[in-house]
Design a protein around this ligand. Structure first.
Ligand SMILES: NC(=O)c1ccc[n+]([C@@H]2O[C@H](COP(=O)([O-])OP(=O)(O)OC[C@H]3O[C@@H](n4cnc5c(N)ncnc54)[C@H](OP(=O)(O)O)[C@@H]3O)[C@@H](O)[C@H]2O)c1
Length: 213
């Protein structure tokens, strides 16, 4: 399986790279601004670096040749999502996993929902919702990850999922858990993650705000 990670120099991008190399036999293209300066190739047989911006359709299209799955590690930029979608269509790639944020369907109830809207801002939530909508349609085999508030904790890969239409639960989740979820999605053979928009959080964190606030 050939996986293209867009925004690969970001925190989850780096963790997902490491988890995918360790747990699968996939080959990876790590796409980022100045990837060749910022990223190291752990295994040259399986990893290739690609310098580029997420809005650069020709460069994106070039690096999508032969790709089975695209993971987009950037939530909020509609122009970038449209460019990626255009490149995917040109290269004939349908499978996409996309980082997004909680709240884009107004699905976060109670005090945590209010806190989240105040912290993120209604305009920003609307902007990310529009960007996410670029892929949430029949043209793509999408998995949207509505990530709750992120933190880092080595070894903590616990996550729980809610489906679209269900109330969002959980105020925090580790980036390590999101990396593990990406591995679980690309290795699932039964299609259970296809055409899904998933709320992603850590079990037993259904609080009014994350523990680190
Ligand atoms: N913080 C939270 O609690 C939270 C919650 C939910 C979702 N999220 C979102 O989840 C995503 C992944 O999280 P993370 O911690 O891995 O974020 P991160 O470290 O900020 O990684 C995002 C990456 O996207 C890249 N990127 C953005 N626009 C780009 C463009 N036009 N061209 C090329 N690369 C571009 C950035 O590149 P550069 O490094 O070159 O700037 C960055 O490396 C982020 O989009 C974040 O906003 C965050």
């Amino acid at each position: 399986m050939n996986i293209l990670i867009l925004g690969a120099a970001g925190q989850i991008g780096r963790m997902a790279t490491e988890s995918l190399l360790r747990q699968t036999d996939a080959t990876l293209v790590l796409y980022a601004r100045q990837a060749t300066k910022r990223l190291k190739v752990a295994d040259p047989q399986r990893v290739r670096l690609a310098d580029g911006d997420l809005t650069d359709v020709p460069t994106l299209t070039k690096h999508m040749q032969g790709i089975d799955v695209v993971y987009i590690n950037a939530a909020g930029d509609k122009a970038a999502k449209q460019a990626i979608a255009q490149a995917m269509r040109a290269a004939g790639v349908k499978r996409v996993i996309e980082a997004s944020i909680l709240g884009i369907y107004n699905e976060v109830p109670g005090a945590f929902g209010k806190w989240n809207t105040r912290m993120v801002g209604a305009n920003r939530i609307r902007e990310v919702a529009e960007a996410t909508g670029v892929f949430e349609n029949e043209a793509f085999d999408y998995t949207i990850l509505r990530l709750t508030w992120l933190y880092n904790q080595a070894g903590n890969t616990n996550y729980q999922l809610t489906q679209k239409g269900e109330p969002f639960v959980g105020a925090q989740v580790t980036r390590q858990a999101v990396a593990q979820l990406i591995v679980d999605i690309v290795t699932a053979l039964d299609g259970r993650f296809s055409h899904k928009s998933l709320g992603v959080s850590e079990p037993n964190t259904n609080w009014d705000k994350p523990s680190f606030y």
